[in-house]
Design a binder for this molecule. Sequence first.
Ligand code: DX5
Ligand code: ZN
Length: 224
Amino acid sequence: MRSIPPGVQIAPSILSADFAELGDQVDLVLAAGAKVIHIDVMDGQFVPPITMGPIVVKALAERVHDAGGFIDVHLMIEDPERQIDGFAEAEADLLTVHYEAVSEPLKAVERIRAAGMLAGIAIKPGTDVQVLEVVAEAVDLVLVMSVEPGWGGQRFIEASTEKIAEVRNLVGNGAVIEVDGGIDATTAASVVGAGASLLVAGSAVYSADDPQAAYRSIAAAASA
Ligand code: DX5
Ligand code: ZN
């Protein structure tokens, strides 16, 4: 089992990449220094869009792992437990399910770990941090959504920073806090200050003219 790369990490989300050139788009950010690749899985049910599944993770796994990288899969789907084995076989390193999509979050975490992956629980902007109490001891990562899940390119919800601090209080230093949505060079420092260390950036990286330079400037802002 691979561990989450230490320190503050920017995880480019391929949701905003050019899908006709997906392998090259992943290589580009790995070459710029990215160690975590974020993959957004949507089913048209939990959120309206449909994106990609294990078959895409599997197609990218070797190049990410050969470069020393880590595959972070964010499931925005109903009944995510049904897909755990498929993502394990596709060589995902971390599988995050939404609290709102599972009936027994602790069981979901245990099943993900039993399948050989690290386990994360995500909460939507409207979900209270306290619901995480039941998984606080067990989970490897908490993902705080700082936009409504479903689309890239939305504006960062300012109240997320306070939520990250609340999560840090709840889970102590036992779990990594990831933040997803609206992260760019202007929002990165405040979420790190609140306790997040894994920062997803989709459009800020891949919609930039120079994704490598954009990655580096967000990474620099996050560590400042
Ligand atoms: C949205 C996804 C995000 C998305 C973020 O539901 O979970 O990972 O790619 O996009 P940006 O960074 O553009 O807000
Ligand atoms: Zn995501």
